[in-house]
Write a new protein. Structure first.
Length: 127
């Protein structure tokens, strides 16, 4: 604490200004640190899940991946082929409706998002 009044008033004004308008770089650093800690915690959880011998704990992520892959295969390969076959050879039979409302792509993008980010990091040279 400064003893002269000018320095004391300047210190008080600086602390008030910092309370009203905090330094953005410091706040951004804190947010980045919090985000990194959050991601690191999730990665630790994922690693522990993958080590578990119980298939219901360690196998749910691969199961979702296989289900998503199968659904994508059916949506973009199987269903058009089924429609074509029923149209050409069995015109009296109508192919069932697809019933896909776009949620499949959202699931796929969510699952592959981290892989895409890692590719970006590799291109930028981040370890």
């Amino acid at each position: 604490m400064a003893l002269d009044p000018i320095t004391a008033v300047a210190d008080l004004a600086t602390s008030v200004i910092n309370k009203i308008w905090p330094d953005k770089t410091e706040a951004e650093k804190q947010q980045l640190t919090a985000a990194v800690l959050l991601v690191q915690g999730q990665l630790n959880i994922n690693q522990e899940e993958a080590k578990n011998p119980n298939v219901f704990v360690s196998g749910w992520r691969p199961a979702i991946g296989w289900i998503c892959g199968g659904a994508l295969g059916y949506t973009y390969l199987g269903y058009p082929l089924l429609v074509w076959i029923t149209t050409v050879w069995y015109p009296a039979i109508h192919a069932p409706l697809l019933g896909n409302d776009g949620m499949l792509m959202e699931l796929l993008f969510g699952m592959l998002g981290m892989g895409g980010l890692r590719t970006f990091e590799k291109l930028k040279g981040v370890a």
